[in-house]
Design a protein around this ligand. Sequence first.
Ligand code: BDR
Ligand code: CA
Length: 331
Amino acid sequence: MTDQNTPTPVIIDCDTGVDDALALLFAVRHPGLDLRAVTCVAGNTDVDGVVRNTLTVLERAGAPDVPVARGAERPLIEPARSARHVHGQDGMGDLGLPAPARGPVDVDAVTLLRREILGSPRPVTLIPTAPLTNIALLLRTHPEVTGNIERIVFMGGAVNTGNATAVAEFNVWHDPEAAAILLTAGVPITMYGLDVFTRVLVPGADIRRLRASTEPGARLAGELLAHRPAGAVPGAPDGDEPSGGLGDAGAVCAVADPAGLGTRRLPVEVSLAPGPARGQTIVDRRLRPGEAEIHGDMREQALVDVALDVDVERYVSLYLETVEGTGARGD
Ligand code: BDR
Ligand code: CA
C-alpha cells in the first residue's frame, strides 16, 4: 500500500519498449514510488537495445542515477522473438532519441535484483513489464529474495483474448516456463493482463498537449503515446484524434493506486504444452468444482489476484498529473 510519507520501494523489470518507457516515466515521477533499480530483458527488442532505451528514458525523465542492469538475452528455452513491428526498429518508436551518456551497472540483472531486494529496509514491490526470464532466474538462483518481496505486480497474461496468439499474451508467450516459475513464487502476485491493459487509453487532446510541452519528460510521453494509436475515446472532446494506450504504465499505476484496479483471487496456470495454446494463462473462474476435481484430478494451482476491471479515468488522470507534474488536465 502506498503511504505518502514513505514511498513504496519498487523495481521494474522491463523490455523498453514504447509502453515500458511510459511506465518508467511514471515510476520516476510518482512521489509514492521509490524506483530502486531497473533490470532489462530481451522482449520487444534485443537486450542491448532494451538497455540503451531504458538508460535514455531515465535520462530524459531526469533520473540518470537509477541503476540499470542487463539481463537475459533470450528466454529459458526458446529463441528471442522481438516485437519490432509494434515498437519500431530501435524498440522505442524510432523517435531518433540520443544515445545515453552512461552504461549499465557492471553486474547482471539477477545480481542487481538480489542486491536491491535484500538491501532494502522495506519489502520491495517487483513490477515486471516484460517476459519473465530475469525473474525466473532470480527466483531459482536466490530464492531467499522472496523474504523481502512485498508482492509482484506483473503485466502479462490474459483472461480472454491474447495478442501474440489467439490466446497468449506476448510477455507470457515469449517465455512461458519463466511465467510458470513466477506464478509459483510464493509471494502475493497481481496479474495485470490484456483484459485491463488494452482499456486504459489517453485521449488525443491530452496527447497533443503532452507533445507540445517544453518539459522533456512530458514531451517524450506524448511522442510515445502517439506511437500507440487506438480508436478515439468515446465522448472525449477531441473528435477523431486517436487515443494512445498507457500499456505497461497501467501496471505501475496499479501499484501507486491499487484502489483503481478490480481484482479477484483466482487459480492461474500457464499452458506449457507445444501447440496453439502454448503461453496461454488459464484462469479458473468457475464458481464450484467440476468433474475433474470431483473425480480426483486435483492439481496445485497458484492463486493470483487477477485484474478484471480498471478505473480508466482514474488511471489516465493519475498518469497525466504525475508525468506533467501539474495536477491539471484539459485542453
Ligand atoms: C506486452 O508486450 C509488449 O509488447 C508490451 O511492452 C507489453 O509489455 C503486451 O502484450
Ligand atoms: Ca513491455
